[in-house]
Ligand binder design. Structure first.
Ligand SMILES: Nc1ncnc2c1ncn2[C@@H]1O[C@H](COP(=O)(O)OP(=O)(O)OP(=O)(O)O)[C@@H](O)[C@H]1O
Ligand SMILES: [Mg+2]
Length: 224
């Protein structure tokens, strides 16, 4: 059964650990608040009560050595819940959904990074998410050395217990980065590559430049 066409807008932010996704989504959320556009800020893995429990399993250092297939299936288990219970209803209500990682992360990390079959991951997406696609995806493209330094510094300061991926090798992150770049080449209209080394303000300007035209559709619907 084809899914109903939602009225809202679905934006996702992607890139390797520490590239600045959360920072940029918070800035974009502030921008939408100023425009008085109703939005939902959410993340993966997670975004639902069950999804957040799966997130703990996935990101905990205690899960080191998890089978790549297990990792992929847990990511999609969390995503299936998230799409059905949170993302689709919000889009149907006409909201802007800002999601920190989505299926592109599975293609980049479990596909390009861990070597699982990309075509199979796409099939899994059709099954788990009924093919729901973001309208726009921002990939913050950055040298892994820089972004891992940022992520590690932040984890030490915030005492986060989510460091499993950040302990991966640089070679792994180079593959993931190449994966995101390949995804941007495959779908240039949807996936926008943005230089992650620039300041948060400069990156934000670029994000807004890409989002503005789509958002204009909604601002016309929303009484000011
Ligand atoms: N453009 C930037 N320049 C310098 N530092 C930045 C920039 N963007 C974010 N940071 C800092 O780098 C760290 C990581 O940023 P952030 O948490 O936004 O990245 P992330 O992509 O969400 O990471 P993760 O994948 O681990 O969730 C934070 O301490 C943040 O303040
Ligand atoms: Mg983050």
């Amino acid at each position: 059964m084809p899914a109903r066409r939602p009225r809202g807008l679905f934006f996702t932010c992607e890139g390797i650990d520490g590239c600045g996704k959360t920072t940029q989504l918070n800035l974009l959320a502030r921008y939408l608040r100023r425009l008085r556009l109703p939005f939902l800020l959410t993340r993966e893995p997670g975004g639902t009560e069950l999804g957040e429990r799966i997130r703990k399993i996935l990101l905990s250092g205690a899960s080191t050595g998890m089978e790549p297939r297990t990792e992929l299936l847990l990511m999609f288990a969390s995503r299936a819940e998230h799409v059905a219970r949170v993302i689709r209803p919000a889009l149907e209500a006409g909201r802007v959904v800002l999601c920190d990682r989505f299926t592109d992360a599975s293609l980049a990390y479990q596909g390009y990074g861990r070597g699982l079959d990309l075509a199979f991951i796409r099939q899994l997406h059709l099954f788990a998410c009924q093919g729901l696609k973001p309208h726009l995806t921002f990939v913050l493209d950055i040298n892994p050395r820089t972004s891992l330094r940022r992520a590690r510094r932040r984890n030490t300061t915030a005492r986060r217990e989510e460091g499993r991926f950040e302990r991966e090798t640089l070679a792994f992150y180079r593959r993931v980065r190449r994966g995101y770049r390949a995804l941007a080449r495959l779908e240039p209209r949807r996936v926008k590559l943005i230089r992650g080394e620039d300041s948060p303000a400069v990156v934000h300007q670029k994000v807004v430049a890409h989002a503005r035209r789509l958002l204009a559709r909604l601002t016309r619907q929303v009484p000011r």
